[in-house]
Design a protein around this ligand. Structure first.
Ligand code: URA
Length: 235
């Protein structure tokens, strides 16, 4: 691919703007030699204003989404993309979140520009666990684990019962829930179905991949080992 197109696709600007960056001598190799738009070089050697280029397509990252941020590229209020380098929302192929977390949910969110990978993660065939910790408005009654594990719980306006899910009680108003599917507002609707209300919700794991030490708002790129962990789910 031509350098101008490659750099524009990484979100550095329109092709016209990138051509201008070449003319201004802002694009160099690793030794500071000015590059020209029709040079043939590997993207790894390119520097823009002395900085290495952002990663090429195939970018997958995990974000510790704080509560209060919306999973969208354009919406009112604070967006998950505000937590990433600004260019990331202008990349082509587009960097999308893998599913969504509600605005008020915190925790592990994956983003990728690899469409095949995204489909594999969300596919029911992969059946990746999603682990949530919920804080509740009311004390647990004691029958929730059996209801959630039954495989018969129907959510309002759905025509198929939920798959069995595992509930672990962490306190009178705290619980961990392991889901094997992803339906709209699923955790909130499940607790509503048993007469409770989720006050705070956090996702700590998808498949075998944990949020780990990432602080709210922090993100990191995933490597091949992370993807192996993601699909090599633990029980
Ligand atoms: N279930 C919910 O209700 N909300 C989320 O954000 C994720 C799962």
């Amino acid at each position: 691919m031509k350098l101008v197109k490659h750099i524009a696709n990484l979100g550095y600007g329109s092709r016209k703007q990138v051509q201008m960056m070449f003319r201004e001598g802002r694009i160099t190799d690793a030794d500071g030699e000015v590059l020209y738009a029709d040079d043939k070089v590997e993207p790894q050697v390119i520097r823009i204003d002395g900085e290495p280029l952002d990663p090429p397509p195939g970018l997958t990252l995990m974000l510790h989404k704080p509560a209060g941020f919306t999973c969208s590229t354009k919406d009112v209020g604070r967006l998950i993309y505000d937590l990433l380098p600004p260019r990331f929302r202008d990349r082509s192929p587009v960097l999308s979140s893998v599913g969504r977390l509600d605005r008020d949910t915190s925790g592990l969110l994956l983003l990728t520009d690899d469409g095949a990978l995204l489909h594999r993660i969300v596919s029911p065939k992969s059946a990746l666990d999603k682990v949530y910790e919920a804080e509740l408005a009311q004390d647990l009654r004691g029958d929730e684990a059996a209801t959630f594990a039954s495989g018969t719980l129907m959510l309002e306006s759905e025509d198929k019962p939920l798959l069995p899910a595992e509930l672990e009680v962490l306190g009178p108003r705290r619980a961990r829930l392991v889901l094997h599917e992803g339906r709209y507002h699923q955790v909130r609707r499940m607790f509503a179905a048993v007469g409770n209300h989720v006050q705070a919700l956090h996702r700590s794991r998808i498949g075998g991949l944990e949020l780990g030490a990432l602080e709210p708002g922090q993100w990191r790129m995933l490597d091949a080992g992370d993807l192996e962990r993601l699909f090599g789910q633990r029980g």
